[in-house]
Design a protein around this ligand. Structure first.
Ligand SMILES: [Zn+2]
Ligand SMILES: [Zn+2]
Length: 211
């Protein structure tokens, strides 16, 4: 059984927010709540989903800016998961200062991801892979049953995440992509934090940063 997946492309940076749910049980998680999150909240309510958790690929402001409204919109608010190595970023305006912006975030996350950890949405298993380099605590989410990985800002179609922001490191990023993403089956779809989706095969062959 696969999870249902809906992609929302929202906001000035064209962020992708992903809603995942199991059809039978209506168990749901949301990955990277960005700008204009009301659209997603409406969808969750219209489908009568039980949103238990919000998973943050990394703590940059454009991937977390929707959290406050999201938490205020549900009687039992979803809990938040992040990798601990991004907690510093989370606590300092999610890096918004680098862009002369200010955002407010709620209290610290409720849980922390660990590398290789397996989580579940309903009965479907999701693997967490820690791939630092864009930020110290960046994780991606791999669902073998869906043949899909949610990659945040680690890799894009024919590109990779920027490494010039605080905590970034180019060599670390490239090593992580080659050892973890390129280890996934070739036909795995890569759903990125911005822009169009791609596949492991396509990036192995044609990504200029990864040859
Ligand atoms: Zn980012
Ligand atoms: Zn981003």
């Amino acid at each position: 059984m696969e999870l249902e997946v809906k992609t929302f492309t929202l906001g000035p940076l064209e962020n992708n927010t992903f809603l995942l749910w199991e059809k039978e049980t209506k168990q749901a998680v949301l990955i990277d709540p960005t700008y204009e999150i009301q659209t997603v909240i409406d969808e969750i309510k219209a489908r009568n989903l039980n949103l238990s958790e919000v998973w943050i690929s990394h703590a940059h402001f454009d991937h977390v800016i929707g959290i406050l409204l999201l938490l205020q919109s549900f009687e039992s608010p979803p809990r938040i998961r992040l990798h601990k190595a991004d907690l510093g970023l989370w606590r300092t305006d999610a890096g918004a200062q680098s862009f002369n912006l200010h955002i407010s975030l709620p209290k610290d996350p409720d849980f922390f991801f660990t590398d290789g950890e397996k989580l579940k949405v309903g009965k479907v298993e999701i693997e967490v892979l820690h791939i630092p380099g864009h930020t110290p605590g960046h994780v991606i989410f791999y669902i073998p049953q869906n043949k899909v990985a949610f990659c945040g800002d680690v890799i894009f179609h024919h590109s990779v995440g920027r490494t010039d922001l605080p905590g970034g490191d180019f060599e670390t990023l490239i090593t992580g992509i080659k050892s973890k993403i390129f280890n996934l089956p070739l036909d795995t779809r890569l759903l990125c934090g911005h822009g169009p989706e791609t596949t492991v095969n396509e990036e192995k062959k044609n990504n200029p940063f990864l040859q």
